[in-house]
Design a protein around this ligand. Structure first.
Ligand code: TXA
Ligand code: MG
Length: 318
């Protein structure tokens, strides 16, 4: 595995690697992706190998604009309206797959749909332009681990499983994209993310959430998908007993004084700042090897919904 600063020469080499079936981790505006040629079955299979995924979860296909995506999915008026509003950006649309789509079937993991996205990060866009192929990319972490927001997180998690890591600095978003299914008549939010439920409804009207009893459950919605090694204790407002080995992931200005290892998602209680810090801080606390991580309550509104969704999954133990 080589890690390189994402300059023009490195991006050219990364594009050549991708065209030859290699795996390249690259930054997007949400998290780092583990990219492969979406038209190459072997390359896509290597993604699952590198991630150590227990199943073939379907993957998001990244391209430079909607016209490219229209070669493999059918875009209705809702998709066009959402694309006009949010692309390039942190929204993934699940759309009906065209019969003759020149994409690996593994990308869809057996479904009759493809998840597509147009990323808004200069390195991701330069890579797509240089490679001239669609890039299938899940988050660049081993299965069940935290999504990576820096090149160092990718190296820690995937090591030699990836051929090259393009280092483009820390991801500004810090949370994955919102996944919206338009595969059925009723638009269904499969994964909360940086684009909020309210923002989607402002463009296309009513959007149901998975909690409304939607039949489809994205495989990535498995409850333990985002688990760090340490046990998490949610909605903590004070230390538990004399457990000094517990770390604290704080939120807001009123931080209990009885913890030694503390990171604050946002001292001002700003959910956007908290989202940007979430994975990095959980990574950092987890790496210190605490007995557990206590997490302060985060208001369940706006981006707080997406943060709490991640934390609930991370806290779940079978
Ligand atoms: O921000 C992001 O979306 C990042 C960057 C790299 O683009 N990617 C990412 O990919 O988070 P991944 O594979 O970690 O998550 C993709 C999510 C999973 O929950 C997966 O189940 C769902 O999208 N998904 C993908 N294709 C789908 C499909 N055809 N139908 C339903 N859900 C799908
Ligand atoms: Mg992921």
């Amino acid at each position: 595995m080589v890690q390189r600063q994402a300059n023009d020469a490195a991006i050219r080499d990364a594009a050549a690697l991708l065209r030859n079936g290699g795996l390249v981790a690259f930054p997007t505006e949400t998290v780092y992706g583990l990219g492969a040629d979406a038209t190459n079955d072997r390359a896509v299979a290597r993604i699952f190998e590198a991630k150590g995924r227990p199943q073939f979860n379907p993957l998001i296909v990244h391209a430079l604009d909607i016209r490219v995506h229209e070669a493999w999915v059918t875009c209705d008026d809702r998709a066009l309206a959402l694309a006009a509003h949010f692309w390039p950006g942190a929204l993934t649309l699940v759309l009906p797959r065209r019969q003759d789509a020149p994409l690996s079937l593994l990308v869809s993991a057996g479904l009759e749909t493809v998840a597509v996205r147009v990323p808004d990060h200069p390195v991701a866009r330069s890579l797509l332009a240089a490679a001239e192929i669609p890039i299938a990319a899940p988050s660049a972490n081993r299965s069940g681990r935290l999504s990576p927001t820096t090149a160092a997180h990718v190296a820690d998690s995937l090591g030699d499983g990836v051929d090259m890591i393009l280092d483009g600095g820390a991801c500004a978003g810090g949370l994955e994209s919102t996944v919206l299914s338009l595969a059925e008549e009723v638009p269904t939010l499969l994964r909360p993310g940086l684009v909020t439920h309210a923002a989607l409804e402002a463009v296309i009207g009513s959007v149901r959430t998975a909690e409304d009893g939607a039949a489809i459950a994205a495989p990535g919605m498995m409850r333990s998908h985002y688990a760090p090694a340490a046990a998490l204790r949610l909605n903590a407002t004070a230390a538990q007993g004399e457990n000094e080995a517990e770390a604290l992931l704080a939120f807001g200005p009123d931080v209990p004084a009885d913890f030694t290892l503390v990171q604050n998602l946002s001292a001002t209680g700003d959910p956007v700042e908290a989202a940007a810090n979430l994975f990095r801080m959980l990574h950092d606390l987890d790496r210190a090897g605490p007995a557990g991580i206590a997490i302060m309550p985060i208001p369940d509104e706006g981006l707080g919904v997406a943060i709490n969704d991640r934390l609930k999954r991370a806290a779940h133990r079978d």
